[in-house]
Design a protein. Sequence first.
Length: 150
Amino acid sequence: MSEGQGPPPRSAALTLGQAILALQSLAALFATTLVSGLARAGVGRPGQGWIWGIGLGVAFLLVCAAGTLGRAWGRAFGWGMQVPMIAGAFASVPVAAVGVVFLALWIAALRIGDRIDRERALYRGAPRAFYRGAPRAASRDVRRAGDGAA
């Protein structure tokens, strides 16, 4: 390795995706307390055991999804964990609204993270097949910056 170059940076898509899933697990805990409070007030039918069991289970699975995001099947698991929050509409509409917001954040994190990873690979001189989806203007700008030309 030449001087001035460290190890390759951690994947931006991995980092952003893990951050979103970890924050979503906290949102699942807060949603669980909301649904529990509504049930105690007589708005919902399910018992407290069901509410807390499902809520804590979803929060735990979201943390597991964040931890396994680097594996081959990790993204599919992360996509699958978006469903329970949106399905929370059966318990409370605000829970589904939070789920939709986190779905949008999840999509943005993966798209932006993948773009950052492609541009990093381009800057470091990776084979063209890796960054095939990179926008042409961004690729050209990164190449210029890497060559030292303005």
